[in-house]
Design a protein around this ligand. Structure first.
Ligand code: LLP
Length: 420
């Protein structure tokens, strides 16, 4: 994680000491490195080179407007899954014609809005969705660009909760029935077939499962071409993994190089939807130790960040490194790092060897993806602040929530009639 480094005995984000950020903005706070997001995006864009296509950042990984705006400034495309994400991209200055709209449950209102702003395409996930899109496009007197998300039935070899390309998963249209669905779409005056899409899972650290999926898609593409249904692009989804704990994901250039080679001389644009590999190691969660508690079985460090701030350890038993912001020379002990939420599953790390003192700052690393974006207000905890560092500058890209934010839109009810 070269964008977060120790200098003069203290962890820095780019040029800025995390101690200073904690002092200025409090804790818990998500801290992002602009350089990391830019470099990761550019690795994809450069590897794509002059091959036609789009790198569509998966907004769900980290949807802060600061992050979206810096990517929009680099000309990124975006992969969205809701009208909420669509409006975020527009607010951040993203180009709607570079947006792909994924997701299994698009509502008619979401479709209308996406047609109105002119997204690049809808990644259609079922026949029922396609029928609805056709109706909505007809009502709007327009034509919807569609790409079918097919389910290639390959094993992505990742955590079952983030594996999506197997027959038993809810995503996509079974590859065996896709041909018929394309035939129907190709005949509709309100649908324009532009591509094919798949996303087999997340945190993949090998290229082979992507290539298995690609091979299955290419068979379908060749069948479509033979029938005169010419696709403009192939979208292989997101999913390249990152290093959390010793994983060795391949470089982006190897991944894109292997895809291009497989495409051969087919005239197909390439769309990718990376989220985690752009965002994860571009962020950390800064937290302070509130209490140390030595119990018979375990030592607990109770910190001010909790499962509501970062759900990944509780939900997936995910490992993210936790490091001291200012290391000291005291002897390490084994700690469970837990939050204040009233759940046994509320931990951000277990069995961590650290020398801890009450009041010190810790950083939960690799927290730039699926960190803040999966956070909640559980236990009526205001969501954390988000700070973006750019060289020696810091930008508060999301203010810490307040008590008023927590109850916005709620109201007490009047007393029950006759109760007095
Ligand atoms: N495209 C589609 C259609 C997706 O469903 C996803 C992620 C992506 C792209 C981006 O995948 P990535 O490049 O980030 O792997 N919350 C989980 C990850 C869920 C991923 C959901 N879909 C986690 O924290 O590990």
């Amino acid at each position: 994680m070269s964008d977060f480094n120790y200098r003069d005995g203290s962890l820095h984000a780019e040029e800025v000491a995390l101690e200073k950020i904690a002092e200025q903005f409090g804790t818990p706070t998500y801290v992002y490195s602009r350089a990391h997001f830019e470099n990761q995006y550019l690795a994809y864009a450069d590897a794509l080179g002059d091959h036609p296509g789009l790198i569509c950042y998966a907004v769900k990984a980290n949807s802060n407007l600061g992050i979206l705006s810096l990517l929009a400034q680099l000309g990124a495309g975006f992969d969205i899954v809701s009208a909420g994400e669509l409006e975020r991209v527009l607010l951040a200055g993203g180009d709607p014609s570079r947006i792909v709209f994924s997701g299994v449950g698009k509502t008619a209102a979401e479709m209308r809005r996406a047609l109105e702003v002119g997204v690049h395409c809808f990644n259609v996930e079922s026949e029922a969705e396609m029928a609805r899109l056709e109706l909505v496009a007809a009502e709007c007197e327009t034509t919807a660009p569609v790409s079918l998300r097919v389910n290639p039935d390959v094993d992505a070899n990742t955590h079952p909760y983030i594996s999506t390309g197997l027959k038993e998963n809810k995503f996509g249209i079974a590859i065996d029935t896709a041909l018929d669905v394309y035939r129907h779409a190709a005949q509709s005056p309100h649908l324009q077939v532009v591509g094919v899409d798949c996303h087999i899972g997340s945190q993949l650290t090998e290229i082979a499962p992507f290539l298995d999926a690609l091979d299955r898609l290419l068979i379908l593409i060749d069948q479509l071409t033979a029938e005169g249904i010419q696709l403009e692009h192939l979208d292989l989804g997101g999913g390249l993994g990152v290093r959390y704990r010793g994983e060795e994901p391949p470089p982006v250039s190897d991944y894109i190089g292997a895809i291009k080679e497989r495409l051969g001389d087919r005239q197909l644009g390439l769309v990718l939807e990376p989220g985690r590999s752009i965002a994860a190691n571009g962020g950390l969660l800064l937290t302070r130790v509130e209490y140390l508690k030595r119990a018979e079985e375990h030592n607990f460090a109770i910190v001010d960040a909790a499962m509501n701030d970062n759900l990944r350890p509780a939900l997936y038993q995910a490992w993210q490194d936790i490091v001291p912001v200012t290391p000291n020379n005291a002897a390490n002990e084994i700690w469970d790092i837990v939050g204040p939420v009233c759940e046994t599953g509320d931990f951000i790390g277990k069995n961590r060897s650290l020398a801890l003192q009450q009041g010190q700052l810790l950083a939960m690393l690799s927290a730039g993806a699926y960190g803040f974006s999966m956070s909640s207000n559980y236990n009526s905890r205001p969501r954390a602040a988000e700070v973006l560092v750019d060289g020696d500058k810091t930008y508060l890209v999301r203010a810490r929530e307040t008590q008023a934010d927590l109850v916005r839109g709620e109201s007490p009810v009047p007393e029950k009639r006759g109760s007095k």
